[in-house]
Structures are given as structure tokens and as C-alpha cells.
Design a protein around this ligand. Structure first.
Ligand SMILES: [Zn+2]
Length: 431
């Protein structure tokens, strides 16, 4: 397949007139018109969703987005929890009520529809943080991985790449057993969790520690060992109450506790990282841990504003997720990182549009273990998302990274080109 992209974001920046060759879903050639030899053969224009007369098209094509933190079933809460007063903890009660009733069939249906929405908004890969493992009374299903397999099937049906982050969840708090619906989450201990995950037998499975409040201190290293070589995600310091309980129980902050367990590093993603000490920031940065911010959820749940730029400057890598799916719009997640820091500091310009796009594309894919996607270059997957530059929001703003990050929304995504496949797809040799 040969494509001519009117504008595309390459590593060199936004270029006009980009000619791509794609074989079997992989990019085999990238050339910029006027900068290279002419291509032989016909060149087709990729505008399969909104055809426009020649000369009037105006689009910018980006690498597909990676949504690194998702709980697909939380989509059912949209519009129902954004009312009345409360906190993260009152929201959690509403979320638990949904979790209590889900079956493998309804879990599948919710996820399939959520992933379809992601796809329609330019997301080509998702990290699904999955902890709803067992039957309502805590008994495993006949196949103990039935719920996880429902998510994989949902991703296949929607046509989105998935890293299933199978989550260890054993406790309701420090020294406390699981209570209520949490019995559906618990495998009993970390060894039993690891055995169930090992039996899954699918290369798309990664690992997660729900949080330091949900996995006891002595069992954290068991999860870390079982996850060696796999992406490992963990909710970190989303709430001040979690930090206080952790300090009271262990004398350490949640970040220090994870560091003690060997859980930090470039294959680890700390999700939220909202309320941190200077030492936490140093530990996360020096270990090269990924930091997954979920700004539209963090503001919906009144979590607070995390120190994104300070984490980046310390050595951590920013990624992004839509988490509870109060909205699914990766452009809004990118924009919100910068805008929230402006509100918190009364200063503009913490993040460039290019840096935010890197978080939502290549860095996000890499944090999910997908190093073969997120850039428009030879040897990468041809996962492409095209944004309309002539919509009511983007008209006249120009073909730039700044336009898509600071003016466009998910509604401006007009074309998605991807061939999801399984992670076992092999990449052709580079020429
Ligand atoms: Zn989460």
C-alpha cells in the first residue's frame, strides 16, 4: 500500500507531503515530497472516512495513540457519578456497585464498546488494568482467567491492541483482608496470583500491583519477581489518605515501599503519582520509571495535580491514560497535563506539544511493551491517526503539533488506519 499524507508528524517534526509505503501493516518507506527521489507507481490518498474535493483536504496524520491506563468497565459510570458531593472514596463505592454485578458476558460487552470508542478517537493500543478476576463470592470461574479472556476477546472484536495488566489485589488496606466486592479481586496470596497469571498462556498478558494498600509489603517482591521482563503497572499515591496509611503502617511512603521491593524501573509504570515527596520524585526519576498521568480522571475524582514536569526532569518518562473513561480523548489528556500545571504554578509553557505527543504515542507504547509502534518511521507498525485541520475547532490554526494538542479534540479524528494483530506478530527485518 502506498499513501500520500498531506501532513504527518515525523521525528523531524510536522512535514507536508509525506509518502508512505506499507507492507503487511508495517512501514517500509517514508519520504517527504521534494526531499527525495520520486516514487514509482500510483499514490493513493488516505481519506476513507471524510472524502473531500482535491485541493481542499487539510489533515495531519500522527502515530496511533497508546492509552496506558484503562479500567474498561468504569465506562458504565459516565454521567452517573458526576453529580452530588463526595470524594474519590465515595466514587469508589459507586464503582464497586457496578463491579459487584458484572459477569464475563457483561464485562466483555462493556469492554468491547469502550474499546470501540477508543478506536474511533485514534487509540490503537490500550493497557487494561484488570482486577475483577473471580465470581461474586470469590470462587474462581471454571477457567480462572475467564474474565481476563473476556477482555482479550473484546479487544480483538473492537480491533485494538491490548496489554492485559493482570492485577494482584489481596487486601482492603494495610493488615486488612479484602472486604465486600473485593473478594472478586483477590487470589488469596501473591503466589496464587502468579500461578493463575502463568496459566494464562497469552503473550499479551502483563502484570500489575493494584496499590501498596492492596498488596502486603512481604508479598510485593513475589509480584515483582513473577513480572520480571513484563510491563508492571501500579497505582501510586493517588490519594493523601493512602500515603498517610502507608507511612503509619510501614514508616515508608508508597514510592519508598515500591523501591524497597525492587518494583521501580523502565518496565514499570506508576499510575497517577499525584502526592509525592522530593525523595519520591528522585526515586522514580533515577529508576527511569514511567509515570502514567490520567488528568481527566484525576480532576473528575478530585485527586489533585501531580508534579509531571518535575518527574520528567528527574528522569521519569510521562505516559497517559483515560483510566475511568469519564471522557475518552487522548488530545484532552495531553492538553490537560500542561493546563493543570499552569493552574498550579501560574506559569505557562511547562510542556511542548511535541513532548505531550511523544507521551501519548511512542513512550506510551514502549511502556506497554510495544516498542514497534508510536512513530511514523521505517520498521514501525503502520498505526496512523488522522486529524482534521479544517473542522470548526481547527480551521485556520495551521498544520502543527500545537494545533492538535491545544485546539483539536477526539471529534476531529477522521481516520484511523491500523492492523492490530496479536503481539506475536513479528516485525520484518529492517532494510
Ligand atoms: Zn486506575
Amino acid at each position: 500500500v502506498k499513501l500520500r499524507l498531506e501532513h504527518a508528524l515525523l521525528e523531524s517534526g510536522v512535514e507536508a507531503g509525506v509518502l508512505l509505503e506499507i507492507e503487511g501493516g508495517w512501514i517500509t518507506s517514508v519520504r517527504v515530497e521534494g526531499q527525495s527521489l520520486s516514487l514509482s507507481g500510483d499514490v493513493s490518498v488516505d481519506n476513507d472516512r471524510i472524502p473531500r474535493p482535491a485541493g481542499e483536504t487539510s489533515t495531519l496524520t500522527l502515530p496511533g495513540f497508546a492509552n496506558c491506563h484503562s479500567h474498561a468497565f468504569h465506562r458504565a459510570l459516565r454521567g452517573h457519578t458526576q453529580r452530588e458531593r463526595g470524594s474519590f472514596w465515595t466514587w469508589r463505592e459507586q464503582m464497586y456497585a457496578v463491579a459487584a454485578d458484572l459477569t464475563p458476558d457483561t464485562y466483555f460487552e462493556l469492554a468491547r464498546d469502550t474499546y470501540a470508542e477508543m478506536r474511533a478517537t485514534g487509540i490503537t493500543a490500550v493497557g487494561e488494568f484488570h482486577y475483577l478476576h473471580h465470581q461474586p463470592d470469590g470462587t474462581p470461574y471454571d477457567d480462572p482467567n475467564e474474565m481476563g479472556k473476556a477482555l482479550l476477546a473484546a479487544a480483538d472484536e473492537a480491533g485494538i491492541r491490548i496489554r492485559l495488566l493482570d492485577t494482584c489485589y489481596l487486601a482492603s488496606g494495610f493488615g486488612l483482608p479484602p472486604e465486600g466486592v473485593q473478594v472478586r479481586y483477590s487470589d488469596g496470596d501473591a503466589h496464587a496470583w502468579a500461578e493463575r497469571v502463568a496459566a494464562f498462556g497469552d503473550p499479551r498478558v502483563g502484570a500489575a500491583i493494584h496499590s501498596v494498600r492492596a498488596v502486603p509489603r512481604d508479598q510485593l517482591p513475589v509480584v515483582v519477581e513473577a513480572a520480571r521482563g513484563l510491563p508492571l503497572h501500579v497505582h501510586l499515591s493517588e490519594q493523601v489518605a493512602e500515603n498517610e496509611a502507608c507511612l503509619a503502617a510501614t514508616g515508608l511512603t508508597p514510592t519508598q515501599l515500591l523501591a524497597e521491593a525492587g518494583a521501580l524501573g523502565p518496565l514499570t509504570s506508576a499510575v497517577h503519582a499525584t502526592h509525592l515527596t522530593d525523595d519520591d520524585i528522585r526515586l522514580l526519576g533515577e529508576s527511569g520509571t514511567n509515570i502514567c498521568f490520567c488528568p481527566t480522571t484525576e480532576r473528575d475524582l478530585a485527586d489533585g495535580i501531580g508534579p509531571a514536569r518535575r518527574l520528567h526532569d528527574a528522569g521519569a518518562t510521562l505516559t497517559l491514560g483515560s483510566d475511568s473513561h469519564a471522557v475518552i480523548d487522548m488530545l484532552e489528556e495531553m492538553r490537560a497535563v500542561e493546563m493543570h500545571e499552569r493552574l498550579a504554578t501560574q506559569q505557562r509553557g511547562h510542556w511542548s506539544a511535541r513532548e505531550l505527543l511523544a507521551a501519548a504515542t511512542y513512550d506510551g507504547h514502549r511502556s506497554l511493551g510495544f516498542e514497534d509502534a508510536g512513530r511514523i518511521e521505517v520498521g514501525q507498525r503502520a498505526d496512523l491517526v488522522t486529524v482534521d485541520l479544517d473542522s470548526i475547532r481547527t480551521r485556520g490554526a495551521g498544520a502543527s503539533a500545537e494545533t492538535v494538542v491545544f485546539a483539536a479534540t477526539a471529534a476531529d479524528v477522521v481516520c484511523l488506519r491500523t492492523r492490530p494483530g496479536a503481539s506475536s506478530d513479528t516485525r520484518p527485518e529492517r532494510a
